[in-house]
Design a protein around this ligand. Structure first.
Ligand code: ATP
Ligand code: MG
Length: 335
């Protein structure tokens, strides 16, 4: 069976964009069948920018609780924490020697996150896409559900696989497809419809966190940036209205509707009408998940057991693939 891999960083503030663009689709993929699904808390990615150690541990457990609360079933999917499966980092080193500096330097996430002072960014932040390629290819995964922002990194994963195969004259690593689907592949900030909603945005009002209560969700949506025009008759009318378009997309994804259908339903409505409807919908969808997350977080030892078991299952796949990679590269086998 073909394999699906994807991950989320345990860097806190799991938000609506992560849910609609990634987590919800991980659940759909798991439940659709036809794939072996591997989902990962990518803590080694999180530390490419400073993380307080105690908070990182907490965030990793909370993210795991979020996966399970959203519908990931550890009996159906392999649910892991990246650092507990050492082959990810081991393959990443090999890929660091395959990938070129120039490739990394062109990544928009690198440019965005390094900001003006690239000299002060960590080496890990620069090499992030190489570790991500290893995360995927250590499972020989062919399909990766992600948000739109990760498309470039998946393309780089293909470049790394192709160069490895070419340099060593093998047909070992498969070509990976990004799976970017639905109305919410790029949920935008509630404060700025041209910027993606992010965990790392310093403004809490910019995002709806999965742990926000009903009041906080309603308040953030009420205060979301919009323009004074009512909703148009068709999607065309939202072309130059990124903030309005974002709220329509969020509504569509939460309601499992197309954006066209949402606009048809609310044609001519003011935001004074649309925003409360959106807030009710968001609360209805998110509240059960956040209360289940809280319940699961009451027993962190159980979460740790789930991750430990996932790591054992994962290593049955990753250890042989790393062994074969080492052989191809020319390392002496220890066994
Ligand atoms: P950070 O700001 O720390 O990078 P993030 O919000 O981008 O955090 P990640 O852990 O980097 O979250 O990404 C996890 C998954 O969520 C990826 O598949 C990514 O594409 C997806 N994702 C992140 N932000 C959004 C968004 N605004 N809309 C849709 N998908 C998103
Ligand atoms: Mg990100």
């Amino acid at each position: 069976t073909p394999r699906v891999f994807s991950g989320i960083q345990p860097s806190g503030n799991l938000h609506l964009g992560n849910y609609l663009g990634a987590l919800k689709r991980f659940v759909d993929t798991q439940n659709a069948g036809g794939f072996q699904t591997v989902y990962c808390m990518v803590d080694l990615h999180a530390i490419t920018v400073w993380q307080d150690p105690e908070k990182l541990r907490h965030n990793t457990r909370e993210l795991t609780a979020g996966f399970i609360a959203a519908g990931i079933d550890p009996e159906k999917s392999i649910l892991i924490n990246q650092s507990q499966v050492p082959e990810h980092a081991q393959l990443a080193w090999i890929f660091n020697c395959v990938a070129r500096m120039g490739w990394m330097g062109r990544m928009t996430q690198w440019k965005d996150k390094a900001g003006k002072d690239a000299e002060a960014a960590s080496l890990g932040l620069f090499a992030y896409p190489s570790l991500m390629a290893a995360d995927i290819l250590i499972y020989h995964a062919t399909h990766v559900p992600v948000g739109e922002d990760q498309k470039q990194h998946i393309e780089l994963t293909r470049d790394i696989a192709a160069k490895f195969n070419h340099d060593y004259g093998v047909d070992f690593f498969p070509m990976t497809e990004p799976v970017i689907e639905g109305a919410a592949t790029r949920v935008m900030s509630l404060r700025d419809g041209t910027k993606k909603m992010s965990k790392s945005d310093p403004s809490d009002a910019s995002r709806i966190n999965m742990t926000d209560d009903a009041d906080a969700i309603a308040k953030k949506i009420r205060k979301a940036k919009t323009d004074p025009e009512p909703l148009p008759e068709s999607l065309e009318g939202l072309k130059d209205r990124p903030d309005a378009r974002n709220l329509v997309n969020i509504y569509a994804a939460l309601a499992d509707m197309t954006p066209e259908a949402v606009v048809a339903e609310y044609a001519g409505a003011q935001f004074g009408t649309f925003k409360p409807a959106l807030a009710d919908l968001a609360v209805a969808r998110l509240a059960p998940i956040s209360s289940e997350m809280k319940r699961l977080m009451a027993d962190p030892a159980e979460i740790d057991r789930i991750l430990a078991r996932g790591a054992l299952q994962a290593r049955e796949i990753t250890a042989p693939i790393l062994k074969k990679t080492y052989e191809i590269v020319g390392m002496i086998s220890s066994a």
